[in-house]
Design a protein around this ligand. Sequence first.
Ligand SMILES: Cc1ncc(COP(=O)(O)O)c(C=O)c1O
Length: 413
Amino acid sequence: MIVAGRAAASETDVTIDQDSAAWRQRLSARAAAAPASGIAEVMRHGFGRAGIIPLWVGEGDLPTARPICDAAAQSLARGETFYMPQPGIPELRQALAAYHDRLYGGLFGQAFPADRFFVTGSGMQAIQIAITLATGPDDEVLVPTPAWPNFHAAVGVAGARAVEVPMHFSPSGWRLDIDDLKAAITPNTKAIFVNSPSNPTGWTASEENLRGLLRLARDNGLWIIADEVYSRFTYDTQRLATPSLHALVAPDDRVLFVNTFSKNWAMTGWRIGWVEAPPAVGPAIENLIQYATSGVAVFMQRAAVCALNEGESRLAALMERTRKGRDIVVEALGKIQGISFASPGAFYLFFRIDGVTDSTAYATALIEDANVGLAPGSAFGAGGDGFFRLCFARDPETLALACSRLADRIARP
Ligand SMILES: Cc1ncc(COP(=O)(O)O)c(C=O)c1O
């Protein structure tokens, strides 16, 4: 047991342990069963260490741009401190519609309507709402893995079950086999979670992949929860965004998009995102927002409007820096014997080290011996063990230093 960052030893600590076991038994089964994050476990080990290079979490090292912060401060100064409409302020819903028009050139042959967009208190809350809309107790959701563990855990907290469908790794790329998904469908299956570009593998669905997924969902009456939070992280400089289900959906398709301001505009600490859904589902979403947070603070929504309307050039600069980071880690880790990885996407390199089977233990050793923090692949479900996730959304010099430390440590037995 860890108490305030140190190993427990005293008798008092033992008492606390027994107390927490007793309290655990009083909790609902769902709350007690919510799993701890395997990423947090490794982070706890290295957090606060002098000189550590932390590449374990999914965020960059740049603060939110000044104009976005100013928009929030000005809103507060104007006295915008009251309750607001549950689905979000009209200006933000409209700005989201216009943003999607710029990216995808409209939907169903028309401009995106603002009433498809619902503002949430983070991408994570968008996911919770999507899960609640699509599933109930004992329902199943198919999740291609390795996958971001929060989705899996949130399905469990909602009383449903995430069914892992492992993807196939080779250095030429991760592959999702639609037949594997098909074989995992049971009468209880209600939804498929599709995260492209993927955290952690970087797998980025082609249009053909997306067509296959949509066909499967249509044939089996399933929802798709489409997590496209990294869609702007495209390494094809001819595109503004990676291939999206937006280009393929029909009005009748059961697709819920979840997204966030966290990644594109360096706003991870703000906690604001959105769900995009057929407007007919709107009343249900508004009720779910009402009974969870009753809406997102207006000053945050003003900041989000600013990000959408004025943030494009900053996003381009962020992408340029992230591309550099990607090149650095690909080149440096590509030279290390015994390491394999597919071409990275989103802002993650997900690599395997030959002979390593316990990635949590090895990630802990990397903290001790190399002072570099990575997320262990085992945290991302079936197919992840033996892998490590490295976030390269950081400054190039730090990344180069991290890679040289990793190379030295991995070369040792
Ligand atoms: C795949 C994926 N979806 C959703 C989110 C949620 O983002 P947030 O809750 O920070 O808005 C994250 C964050 O890391 C993510 O990696």
